[in-house]
Design a protein around this ligand. Structure first.
Ligand code: PRP
Ligand code: URA
Length: 209
């Protein structure tokens, strides 16, 4: 079974409360999502392996640590996942970015794929799938399946707000994928929106409603 890491740092909780509020406009919503993503990136990368290299300071030669091993790739699920990319890139500027386009069919709530572009070496990278919302889990699970079908093995999922139902779907479908999340909310409503949630993340991020 995969692990669910709830990242409930006070700064994240405070900023998430601001994002949830109906009166928070697109500019603030976007900035808050970027800031929270940066804080979550700090936690998600906590166990990256290190290696020692020889360097020279102004004082002397010494050995010092740098990140070793597999390189990172960020894979936002379009559209709302795009809002999490810059926060990660600010901390890991060398990471590559793949894109998976999925939208939920408004009637069936099933994910519909419309775009995919991955780094050519995606299967050799440690991939972090990002999407602020984990509702039914259909979109995240489909995106992870999509990556696995292309040979990717080392995958984490980072979301802002999730419903218990969606977390269970991803854990059942992908027991090898750990989930990092800022808040687990109460439930889904009849339209498969997270309650209390923050509404439609894509629309709030891009001002499309
Ligand atoms: C939202 C959200 C997730 C998905 C979550 O995207 O960003 O991708 O819904 O729902 P699920 O867990 O039930 O699949 P949406 O389909 O609204 O597309 P958008 O980001 O383009 O607005
Ligand atoms: N997609 C969103 O943007 N919000 C939800 O609550 C559910 C799906």
């Amino acid at each position: 079974m995969s692990q669910v890491h709830v990242i409930d740092h006070p700064l994240i909780q405070h900023k998430l409360t601001l994002m949830r509020q109906i009166e928070t406009g697109t500019k603030d919503f976007r900035e808050l999502l970027e800031e929270i993503s940066m804080l979550m990136c700090y936690e998600v990368t906590r166990n990256l392996p290190l290696e020692e290299v020889e360097i020279e300071t102004p004082i002397c030669k010494c050995r010092s640590k740098v990140i070793a091993g597999k390189k990172l790739g960020i894979v936002p699920i379009l559209r709302a996942g795009l809002g999490m990319v810059d926060g990660f890139i600010r901390l890991v500027p060398a990471c590559k970015v793949g894109h998976i386009g999925l939208y939920r069919d408004p009637e069936t709530h099933e994910p519909v794929e419309y775009y995919c572009k991955l780094p050519s070496d995606a299967s050799e990278r440690e991939l972090v799938v990002v999407d602020p919302m984990l509702a039914t889990g259909g979109s995240s699970s489909a995106a992870i399946t999509f990556l696995k079908d292309r040979g990717c093995k080392n995958i984490k999922l980072v979301c802002l707000v999730g419903a218990p139902e969606g977390i269970k779907v991803v854990q059942d479908d992908h027991p090898d994928v750990d989930i990092y999340i800022a808040a687990i909310d109460e439930k889904l409503n009849d339209h498969a929106y997270i309650v209390p949630g923050l509404g439609d993340a894509g629309d709030r991020l891009f001002g499309t409603k």
